[in-house]
Design a protein around this ligand. Sequence first.
Ligand SMILES: Nc1ncnc2c1ncn2[C@@H]1O[C@H](COP(=O)(O)OP(=O)(O)OP(=O)(O)O)[C@@H](O)[C@H]1O
Ligand SMILES: [Mg+2]
Length: 244
Amino acid sequence: MRKSELERVQLLADVGLLTPSIIHDIRSYLTAIKGNAQIGEKLSNDPNSSGRFRKIVELVDRATDMIESFRKFYKGESEKERFVLADILNFAVSLLREKLAGIDIDIKGADVFIDGNKSLLTQVFINLLSNSADALLNSDKKIIRIWVEKIENKKSKLRIFVGDSGSGIPPKIRKKIFKPFFTTKDKGTGLGLFIVKRILERSGGRIKLLDKIEMKKIQKKENLNDLNTIFMVELSYGKGADSR
Ligand SMILES: Nc1ncnc2c1ncn2[C@@H]1O[C@H](COP(=O)(O)OP(=O)(O)OP(=O)(O)O)[C@@H](O)[C@H]1O
Ligand SMILES: [Mg+2]
């Protein structure tokens, strides 16, 4: 193992140790933010601004849920529930609304149930969409396509494809993108895809970056010539309630 890699492993162990205390401190801040927003909502006479305060309370609750899920995830007690895939995709898009402004986003076939950890799987798509938005910054054509394929004969697997017309991923870095701390961005942590991979593996799923040949096949079939990067997320779907 090269020294830099050893240092990275060490750094990751440190991050692991720090996580519970960071979660603890962030939770205190979130509680304070929520309290202030609730007071703001009460004191406000203007329906527009009281609506904004209510939105802050709602988002703080989602953030609290998310860090709670991460805490349980690290302790190995992640919870499962049944939810509709489209709901978490739409939530991820709405959370990243500003970052995704000007991008043509299309979601197809996501009206399916999933049994899994809702907060953590939401985090998966927030990360993928956020990466797509970054990759689209300098593109003339800005599109993101999400579509879903069911594989009935393979233990009810669901394949969720997330593609964008951004910069693409050069072949020489393809093997590195899921490694912790690998980033090509000035302000990136390089933890996004690493966390995504960990979440999916622990959920009995997986993530794959499609190669050129796989992309070509899909582009032919789906008529999606503009996509330069496609990630495939594989998950199980809710049995007994596979569609709505
Ligand atoms: N859709 C994409 N298009 C082009 N490159 C991508 C895409 N998704 C990921 N990458 C590449 O993979 C690298 C690792 O992504 P990852 O999400 O792990 O970290 P990051 O995005 O750089 O940092 P952070 O997630 O903290 O913002 C990115 O720096 C980028 O080079
Ligand atoms: Mg990222």
